[in-house]
Design a protein around this ligand. Structure first.
Ligand SMILES: Nc1nc2c(ncn2[C@@H]2O[C@H](COP(=O)(O)OP(=O)(O)OP(=O)(O)O)[C@@H](O)[C@H]2O)c(=O)[nH]1
Ligand SMILES: [Zn+2]
Length: 307
């Protein structure tokens, strides 16, 4: 049978088959990712083939994993520990942010966008809680949206409270598998509740299976919106672990820098204080946003400090 992984703990997996039925599964044999130590060889979003067994506690055995289109990893903070694959086969990410209560920083948004660029996941920025914005805030939100739009990131202004923009979110999600992300308090759970029909039922169905196992940390869960629309929630993950990007390559993941950096005098320019830097020049002429450049510098220096 064929199915998709909706939950992954590393020792067992929850699969949804093509009819929508859930199966608790384990892996046959050893699967290894090339050159990477991971705690879970199979992740939420993985497409697998499996056999159903009539005996034993686990009802299914996975024997084949389809090649992944992409995946995101959470690097463990302990050096020796394994990385964890959070999710695989994502079509896009929705980054939920708020300008008030609490305010999302540009640093947070830009770190997420860099990570998503590195993993090749198109990202849409969703401004929630617009019901709390006054006219000035709305204008500010439009300016920020315009700034991100210029560099290729679409955005959407919504309110989970008044349901403004919820139809648009549903249109964006339709037919795709989407990672929902955002820091605590932005209204991610409230939005998921509006978008996923019978969420409570689905959550309890999934935890019914989970409760049979020993308690294990999971990083992601996949919910079905409709037959070919899925969202992946990452409860407890405040921020995607930034992939290790060498300083000289960081600007590859800022689209507005990527398109200009071959105009820098030095081909290993870090766009910090080098003479003849096209990026610094573009910031001076307001062609690159100062907040984006500040995010870039803080990531650049954050990386230097770690080394
Ligand atoms: N005014 C207003 N409040 C909202 C909106 N969306 C969510 N909230 C409120 O914001 C608070 C946080 O919402 P949650 O959905 O729990 O936020 P979350 O992002 O899931 O946060 P965590 O559970 O901490 O991960 C709650 O009190 C919600 O009622 C909105 O569009 N407008
Ligand atoms: Zn430069």
């Amino acid at each position: 049978m064929k199915g998709v992984v909706v939950k992954s703990t590393g020792s067992w997996y929850l699969l949804r088959d093509e009819e929508g039925k859930l199966h608790r599964a384990r892996l046959r044999g050893k699967f290894k990712l090339k050159g990477m130590k991971v705690s879970n060889p199979i992740a939420v979003g993985d497409k697998v083939e499996f056999d159903v067994e009539t005996t034993g506690e686990d009802t299914a055995v996975i024997h084949k994993i389809q090649d992944r289109e992409n995946y995101i990893i959470r690097q463990s903070t302990h050096k020796s520990a394994h990385a964890h694959i959070i999710a695989a086969n994502l079509d896009q990410a929705l980054l939920i942010v708020t300008l008030v209560s609490p305010r999302t920083s540009f640093g947070f948004i830009d770190r997420f966008l860099v990570t998503a660029e590195a993993y090749d996941i198109p990202t849409i920025i969703v401004y929630n809680k617009t019901d709390m914005y006054d006219d000035e805030m709305r204008e500010y939100q439009r300016q920020i949206s315009h700034m991100y739009d210029q560099i290729g990131y679409k955005s959407l202004a919504v309110s989970a409270k008044t349901k403004e923009g919820i139809d648009e979110i549903e249109q964006l999600l339709h037919g795709k598998t989407t990672l929902l992300s955002g820091h605590s308090g932005v209204g991610k759970s409230t939005l998921i509740n509006l978008i996923v029909p019978d969420l409570e039922l689905k959550t309890s169905e999934i935890s019914d299976f989970s409760d049979k196992g020993v308690h294990t940390t999971t990083f992601a869960e996949m919910f079905e919106v409709d037959k070919d629309t899925f969202i992946i929630d990452t409860p407890g993950i405040k921020e995607l672990g930034i992939v290790d990007i060498p300083a000289a390559e960081l600007s590859h993941f800022f689209p507005e820098m990527r398109e200009r950096m071959n105009q820098c005098r030095f081909n290993n320019c870090t766009h910090f204080n080098e003479p003849g830097c096209a990026i610094i020049e573009a910031v001076r002429h307001n062609e690159i946003s100062l907040t984006r450049y500040e995010s870039y510098l803080s990531m650049l220096h954050g990386q230097d400090n770690r080394k």
